[in-house]
Design a binder for this molecule. Structure first.
Ligand code: ARG
Length: 392
């Protein structure tokens, strides 16, 4: 049997590789998809794959695709689930799609991934693979053998697989980094400083604020500090700049797909800044009614992405609405980075609905006297209810 395995070089995928060879008698082709993990990880992934006897290793650079097809859509939808900017969730779709592409090219019989049975990623991988290649067998060894981390560590040692000194489960891409497990599993304890790599401790970040500007066209960021650049570069730069200020640390209790509550820690500097800026621009150009409906559409979109349902036609329908609103989301947002926070301090747009002449306290713009008759009849239901007094 020929199996294509999604491979990061971490514990779960190394153990999966050996299990596929040993227990399924498989020839394994490992695939590492680059969605912006920092590059030292790729070299070690390839080295490990070879050491462990993969018949072939494939590296796919999907950074531009990830940003264009996934991250940009998420910015337009203010993609966020319970305070988490969907960093890992979004990247699973291009990664799984590439596993399918390689499997078809290599005429593989099966596709495998290293997910355990407790998390969310298994949904995203399984849904993508079974939608795009329903004829291929799907194998998740760690889940199938119901393995614990302790078992995996012992098994890995037998094959000389080096185990990270730090016992966390980490995942990373351009849109953020997630850290789970070990001491973080006690949600009453603060995360130790050593879990963070993209962000500096805010109490040690520069005291002097940093001013930046972001330009958006149709809801998508196109320039930073007046310089046009592609999405990958812009996000990389922002991760660096905002990371120095300790911006984008997220520590939450998250409701996983299976109904488990989990303590999740994230670092997402660029995502935090861009989502903040995008929302500020929307507030300037969209009507109150549009904003009200959009926040519900955005929420539904984010739920689909989180829950592995990228291929649901509802996403296309929601995006039709989202894209129609984004035509006007053009303009510039100015921000100030201070320790731990990115503040919006200015916004402007050719499509702005803000009218200083009308709203200003300092001038006459419309007949204010006439407004008294509006307030008289405003919210009549509530007034009638309170005036009756006897209704329970
Ligand atoms: N809870 C996040 C999500 O569901 C992060 C998952 C992290 N995955 C991992 N294999 N470490 O998207």
């Amino acid at each position: 049997m020929r199996v294509v395995l999604g491979f990061s070089g971490g514990l779960d995928t190394c153990v999966s590789l050996k299990l596929l060879q040993e227990r399924y008698d498989a020839d394994v082709i490992t695939v590492t998809v680059d969605v912006g993990q920092r590059s030292k990880l790729f070299k070690s992934a390839e080295r490990r794959a070879r050491q462990l006897g993969a018949v072939k290793h494939v590296y796919v650079n999907a950074k531009q695709e990830f940003v264009r097809e996934y991250v940009f859509r998420s910015i337009k939808a203010n993609g966020c689930y319970e305070g988490y900017p969907l960093s890992i969730a979004l990247a699973r779709y291009p990664t799984a799609s590439w596993l399918v592409k390689v499997a078809l090219r290599e005429r593989a019989d099966a596709i495998a991934h290293g997910c355990t049975g407790k998390g969310n990623d298994q949904f995203r991988f399984d849904m993508t693979i079974s939608t795009l290649a329903p004829h291929l067998r799907l194998i998740a060894p760690v889940r199938e053998f119901d393995l614990t981390r302790e078992w995996e560590v012992t098994y890995a040692k037998k094959y000389g697989i080096e185990i990270e000194r730090r016992p966390y489960s980490i995942d990373e891409n351009l849109w953020g980094r997630s850290i789970e497990g070990s001491v973080l599993e006690d949600p009453s304890r603060p995360p130790p400083e050593d879990v963070f790599e993209l962000t500096r401790d805010p109490s040690k970040s520069p005291r002097k604020p940093l001013l930046i500007s972001l330009k958006f066209e149709r809801g998508i960021p196109v320039a930073l500090d007046g310089k046009r650049m592609d999405g990958v570069t812009l996000i990389e730069k922002l991760n660096e700049m905002a990371g120095k200020y300790g911006i984008g640390r997220i520590d939450i209790i998250e409701d996983r797909i299976l109904g488990l509550k989990a303590r999740e820690v994230y670092e997402a500097p660029a995502a935090t800044v861009l989502l903040e800026a995008h929302e500020a621009l929307e507030a300037l150009v969209l009507t109150k009614e549009e904003l009200g409906l959009k926040s519900r559409v955005d929420r539904k979109w984010s739920e689909l992405v989180y829950h592995g349902r990228w291929f649901d036609p509802l996403r296309d329908n929601l995006e039709a609405f989202i894209d129609s609103t984004q035509k006007r989301v053009n303009g510039e947002v100015e921000m100030r980075f201070i320790p731990g926070k990115a503040e919006v301090i200015g916004r402007k747009s050719p499509s702005s609905l803000y009218d200083e002449k009308i709203v200003s306290f300092h001038r006459k713009s419309f007949d204010q006297k006439a407004v008294a008759s509006v307030t008289k009849f405003h919210g009549m239901n509530g007034k009638i209810f309170r005036l009756r007094g006897d209704v329970v």
